[in-house]
Design a protein around this ligand. Sequence first.
Ligand SMILES: [Fe+2]
Length: 261
Amino acid sequence: MSGPDPEHLLQITDVHLRAAPGATLLGVDTWHSVAAVLDQALAERTPDAVIVTGDVSHDPEPDLYARFYGWLKGRFPGPLLVTPGNHDVAGNMGALLEVDRIELSGWQVIALDSHVDDEPGALVSPADFAALRQACTDAAPDHVLVATHHPPVTIGSPWLDRDRIQNGQELLEWLSGHSTVRVVVFGHAHQELSFTHRHLSLFGTPSTCIQFEPGSEQFSVDGQKPGYRWLTLHADGRVDTEVRRVEDYALHIDRSAFAPG
Ligand SMILES: [Fe+2]
């Protein structure tokens, strides 16, 4: 017996687009690397929805966000959900933030804003937390995937753990107390991560540009390739997931251009 077809969700994160022609992030042309990521991912399959979990831009200018929106929609005209990251300015993101919830077959994807403009640290405001609780409650009996920028848990890198969601524990306790809430996906850490909290699965996803060294005490970039995550959402609430890399991407990191943050 076979149930309904599962939904296929593509997550990209930490795109760090630059505004000036030729500008890079540690030597990496971030427009070029996100194009390589999307080219590979969309050749693998057409997703049912795409989510972008923050740090869309390193230069948070309205024109740059609008350009990215048009560029992304040109490649994937289907459902798109974006959350702001610490490098973003939400008020400048325009059409990117039009959607805060996507309904799929048996699932809802809900955006959670963890960012604070002009601060690397993260906090879910009381209003955003209340809206999340309402959205998760309203979604039942559908299963829920929450998309946010910052990790709600410590990840073993002290310099990144300083920026975890301050009320992440409270968030986890609430989400894991609801059986229909199945998954939280996040970015910010620029690396592949996987945790569980009761029945809840939490996944961190590599950046579309540069990656941070897992377990590093302080800012440290490693040589792993641009990546992305597929999530297969089954009608019974199960989730299969896989991180993929653009293995043939010619990554040349310029560590002399060190600019943390
Ligand atoms: Fe980032």
